[in-house]
Design a protein around this ligand. Structure first.
Ligand code: ADP
Ligand code: MG
Length: 239
């Protein structure tokens, strides 16, 4: 193929705690994710999904093995290198993490504050445009407590995508949503990511959204396995 992976993980393990309390939560993780791929990770609660996502997102230090994002080795990377990697990643968490004291537009625009090269007026307009993309043009000046769960999650998506990140990491983005809003939110993420050519790694328990993935991976007791691409679809009928 010749295309290099945007995320390359080899033999990554992770431990929490010290001494007698030291506990291994990830075991020899190996996975590569390519530019533009939509990958869904499933697995039971406590199996290590969030831990892996925070390692990839440079939010936690890699202890062993090799974890490269944009060809930057994260193991033993310094703070400056980690901060640089984070600028090209959009994060969407289960509990959307919107700041209650900021409007929808201000929450989205905050993601552009890291990008000092973007003029404030431009940042303002891009935030408004991004909210329109997620169907919230009329809601830009509303505060989170005035929005529904689905609307808040769409603001979080707008915030994650406004800076055109190369990778979006989404941790159970539909967990607090009803079936239809969950579906809408995932389709929206997929559409915007395809438009921008970015890679998505999403954790979800929601079987109804698995079809948006190019590839499915599964975490169980800290070990990662690959599932068949056609998982969840009927088996092919032989002629
Ligand atoms: P998942 O996202 O699949 O539910 P997590 O990655 O959150 O799983 O957790 C994996 C394991 O690591 C669990 O046993 C959890 O209790 C433990 N764990 C997670 N975060 C910490 C932490 N900060 N300190 C100690 N143990 C943790
Ligand atoms: Mg989790």
């Amino acid at each position: 193929m010749g295309v290099s992976p945007v995320i390359a993980i080899h033999q990554v393990s992770h431990f929490f705690g010290r001494g007698r309390l030291r506990k291994q939560v990830l075991f020899d993780i190996d996975v590569e994710i390519y530019p533009g791929e939509v990958v869904i990770m499933s697995g039971p609660s406590g199996s290590g999904k969030t831990t892996l996502l925070t390692l990839i997102g440079a939010l936690r230090s890699t202890q062993t093995g090799s974890l490269q994002v944009f060809n930057q080795q994260l193991r033993e990377a310094n703070t400056r290198e980690l901060v640089k990697v984070r600028r090209y990643i959009g994060y969407i968490f289960q509990a959307h993490n919107l700041l209650q004291s900021l409007t929808a537009r201000q929450n989205v625009q905050m993601a552009l504050d890291l990008h000092v090269e973007i003029d404030k007026k431009v940042a303002y307009q891009r935030s408004i445009d991004m909210l329109a993309e997620v169907g919230l043009a009329e809601w830009a000046n509303y505060y989170p407590q005035e929005l529904s769960g689905g609307q808040k999650q769409r603001v979080a998506i707008a915030r994650a995508l406004v800076s055109h990140p190369k990778i979006v990491l989404a941790d159970e983005p539909t967990a607090s949503l009803d079936k239809q809003s969950g579906r809408d939110v995932v389709e929206l993420m997929q559409r915007l990511a395809k438009q921008q050519g970015c890679t998505i790694l999403m954790v979800t328990h929601d079987n109804r959204v698995l079809d948006v993935a190019d590839r499915l991976i599964h975490m169980e007791d800290g070990r990662l396995s690959t599932q068949d691409q056609a998982f969840g679809l009927p088996a092919p009928v032989s002629p």
